[in-house]
Design a protein around this ligand. Structure first.
Ligand SMILES: NC(=O)c1ccc[n+]([C@@H]2O[C@H](COP(=O)([O-])OP(=O)(O)OC[C@H]3O[C@@H](n4cnc5c(N)ncnc54)[C@H](OP(=O)(O)O)[C@@H]3O)[C@@H](O)[C@H]2O)c1
Length: 369
């Protein structure tokens, strides 16, 4: 029986990926490396995460297949060989390395590097021990750092100026897997991942949702300062920002694999980009703030606007420049269209789904990014 090893199956991308792999590889066993948390063993966490994913994406039918062909192995990226003996996993044909820390704060630097750089080294070493033929490494389109304009799907320049430790760690992760000698290595680079393109559901919340969370928290904490004011935010209204629904990412990844796409770098981004103006307008409307005014400098900012400016430090590079991620290599090997137009109204749907989740289960709002 063919066997795939998946890391990060309890996450946004990994959960959807696991459901897609069950469908596209009907004879394969899927082994998911999951860290136990407190008293919750790995298998219980995996089952719960796949149930959440199936509900969010209305893919409940896939759960039956998961029960039959999907098992958890307890492990942690930060440990040598991820804390597993290869024997617990068994021989593996394909690895899908999706696990990562999506933290970005300077204070989290050590944890980010430990997970995304050393963790990737440990997964690569485990894969080598298991004799893996195909290694699929989930990276990010934003390894290009401060570069803007046309971005080819090509190995990253190690001298690139990264915007934060998360980006840097993903650059280094790519270099590790590139020098590990796998017969086939695909570096898969999603852009900013959002929920499912028809259900709008998601299971963890970074990127777009991080901005919603930040603006909502600021509004709730500063009711007085923000009442009725058109706040200024440093951003380029006309710039384009690349958000891609999670099901496009995973369908793209799995169909590249099914097509035996050769070693290479593949963007998993959206052909249609949203404008920064629409994105911030949709978010502010739904969190109950007046439409913001997008400006180039902080000149004359009020204390409230300065607070917001500081809170947006992480997001600013993504709101100030347009990047066109080259998709030719991806589209050559997959029938997935990689196109999900994101109008302002459509963005509102994604934001509303997230805000609804906060009302139903306030604890899920507390993830990174
Ligand atoms: N989300 C985005 O916008 C985006 C954009 C571009 C690229 N990516 C890339 O896509 C991949 C998946 O991201 P995501 O959005 O799915 O992230 P996510 O929802 O935060 O999931 C992260 C996954 O990594 C696991 N993980 C973290 N640290 C671990 C450790 N020490 N040992 C074992 N597992 C660990 C988490 O397990 P626990 O459940 O135990 O925490 C979780 O399953 C990442 O490589 C990320 O860099 C994401």
């Amino acid at each position: 029986m063919e066997r795939h090893l998946i890391t990060g199956a309890t996450g946004l991308v990994g959960g959807m990926l696991t459901l897609d792999l069950l469908e596209h590889y009907p004879d394969a066993e899927l082994v998911c490396l999951v860290r136990p948390r407190g008293a919750r063993p790995a298998q219980e966490r995996l089952d719960a995460a796949l149930r959440d994913a199936a509900t969010a994406y209305r893919r409940e039918a896939a759960l039956k297949r998961a029960g039959q062909r999907c098992r958890a192995v307890s492990g942690d990226l930060t440990l040598p060989l991820c804390g597993t003996s290869g024997a617990q996993v068994g021989p593996v044909s394909h690895v899908w390395h999706s696990a990562a820390s999506l933290a970005f704060e300077d204070e989290a630097k050590d944890a980010i590097m430990q997970c995304n750089v050393e963790g990737t080294r440990h997964v690569a070493a485990l894969a080598q021990r298991l004799g893996v033929g195909v290694f699929n490494h989930i990276s990010t389109a934003f390894v290009v750092g401060d570069r803007a304009g046309d971005i080819p799907a090509a190995p990253v320049d190690p001298q690139v100026r990264s915007n934060n430790w998360y980006e840097r760690s993903k650059v280094l992760g790519e270099r590790i897997v590139s020098s590990s000698g796998f017969p086939t290595l695909r570096i898969l680079r999603p852009s900013g991942v959002i929920g499912h393109d028809t259900t709008f559901g998601a299971t963890t919340f970074s990127g777009l949702y991080g901005m919603v969370k930040t603006l909502l928290a600021l509004r709730l904490r500063n009711r007085q300062d923000f009442a009725g004011q058109h706040l200024r935010i440093r951003a380029d209204a006309d710039a384009l920002v690349n958000f891609v629904p999670v099901n496009l990412v995973t369908r793209g990844a799995v169909t590249l694999s099914a097509a035996d796409a050769p070693s290479g770098v593949y963007h998993l981004s959206n052909i249609s980009q949203a404008t920064v103006a629409d994105t911030l307008s949709a978010i502010t409307e739904r969190v109950g703030m007046p439409e913001p005014v997008l400006v180039a400098t902080t000149d004359g900012f009020t204390p409230a606007e300065q607070r917001l400016d500081r809170a947006f430090t992480f997001y600013r590079p993504y709101l100030s420049a347009t990047r066109h991620f080259g998709l030719a290599e991806t589209l050559q090997h997959t029938a997935t269209s990689m196109d999900a137009p994101l109008s302002r109204e459509r963005l509102v749907d994604f934001v509303d789904w997230y805000l609804g989740t906060l009302k139903r289960r306030p604890s899920v709002g507390g993830t990174t990014g």
